[in-house]
Design a protein around this ligand. Structure first.
Ligand code: FAD
Length: 361
């Protein structure tokens, strides 16, 4: 059998990290920093915009433990000192970083951030294989990972394949709390330069909107609603964005025109329980994926990668079990907080989107 393209002849690895997002890169890095030599398997990153740029200030201590916090000083990211939100009323409430105990959030260039973490992981000793795993199974106590170029075997797997959770969803149980989905668009930098760099959140009858200005002055606009509700149509995103109040005013004031890119993604709240099993652990969205309203997906990806890697390095079953228990507790706390936040918006209790979040089916 030929080895998968671009990697060494060795095909059996003690530890395999699957997935090239933040969780995969952080786990590969943490393991390598602890003297392990994980193989890190993930497809080549697509050269398109990856949404999810609001990194909570709570992530910074986690990046410090990875010696990765310096990468946030790159000019491709910006500090998010002010967030405005029209939630529960038409009035824009200001949230200033000075009042946030965890400090200012960062609006990331997501691709640049993931690339920088990956470069650090490889420099620390992780071996990267750029391919997709098409199937996983256990044979004679070893994982068999099929790829287009052949089979890789491993003794232990970190599943960081995001919402696909290719190992965790096959060997454990997936739960899903809603059908939230996102349409997003990226608008090119405007002709009128230096827009005020803000992040805006705006609720409306069919769901809610998020807008943020990137460091390069492009704007990201996301619309969240349930995928099965009428009107959730990517083709109408631009027109609908111009029907919002605060976000539309901002786009018009600064001359943001036609989006350069738009798409849609699932953003439902879902989780795997238990998040560990014989010879594997789920991390990042492959253990628990949250509503982007929480702005905690990337922070949780970092936290889970570090906790799971440390438990593995210590070869401590109790520590690994404690990790899975903490994931389950985090999901419980998150679901409680999510209910509270959605119920605080009472203007459209009769509309299907809000009625579902106020207890109706
Ligand atoms: C629209 C949107 C907006 C968001 N906004 C925010 C935000 O503002 N702040 C925030 O903190 N979070 C946000 N999130 C959540 C955040 O993006 C995720 O929580 C985070 O990406 C999880 O990282 P991850 O590494 O676990 O998964 P992912 O980033 O999904 O990475 C999964 C990786 O696995 C790889 N993979 C998948 N299948 C295979 C396979 N078969 N073989 C090998 N590799 C595979 C993929 O190629 C990818 O590299 C948002 C999410 C969405 C969708």
């Amino acid at each position: 059998m030929d080895p998968p393209s671009g990697h060494a002849a060795q095909l059996n690895y003690p530890i395999a990290v699957l997935g090239g997002g933040i969780a995969g890169a952080a786990a590969a890095l943490r393991l390598a920093q602890s003297g392990m030599r994980p193989v890190w398997i993930a497809p080549r990153r697509r050269d398109t915009f990856k949404p999810g740029e609001h990194l909570s200030g709570a992530a910074i201590p986690l990046l410090k433990t990875l010696n990765s916090d310096a990468m946030l000083r790159s000019e491709v990211h910006r500090h998010a000192h002010t967030t405005y939100s029209a939630w529960g009323s038409d009035t824009l409430a200001v949230r200033n970083a000075i009042a946030q105990i965890e400090g200012a959030a960062i609006v990331l260039d997501r691709g640049a951030f993931e690339d920088a973490l990956g470069v650090q992981a490889i420099a620390a000793g992780a071996e990267r294989i750029k391919c997709e795993v098409t199937d996983v199974r256990v044979t004679d106590g070893h994982w068999q990972l099929d790829t287009a170029d052949g089979c890789i075997t491993s003794d232990f797997i970190f599943d960081a394949t995001g919402r696909k959770a290719i190992v965790a969803s096959k060997f454990s149980t997936r739960f899903q709390a809603d059908k939230l989905s996102c349409q997003y668009a990226v608008f090119s930098s405007p002709e009128r330069l230096e827009p005020i760099p803000v992040t805006l959140i705006e609720a409306e009858e069919r769901g809610w909107w998020y807008m943020s200005v990137l460091a390069d002055q492009r704007v990201v606009v996301n619309f969240y609603s349930d995928a099965d509700l009428p009107g959730f149509d990517t083709a109408a995103l631009e027109e609908n964005a111009h029907n919002t109040k605060a976000i539309s005013a901002y786009l018009t004031d600064y001359g943001y025109g036609t989006p350069e890119h738009s798409s849609r993604m699932s953003t439902n709240s879902s989780w795997i329980a238990p998040a560990i099993g014989a010879g594997w652990v789920g991390i990042g969205d492959a253990s628990a994926a949250f509503d982007p309203l929480s702005s905690h997906g990337m922070t949780t990806a970092l936290w889970s990668a570090i906790e799971a890697a440390d438990a593995f390095v210590a070869q401590d079953r109790q520590k690994m079990q404690a990790y899975a228990d903490n994931v389950a507790k985090g999901v419980h706390d998150y679901l409680t907080a999510r209910t509270h936040v959605y119920r605080s918006e009472k203007r459209w209790e009769g509309s299907p989107f809000w009625a579902r979040r106020h207890g109706a089916r």
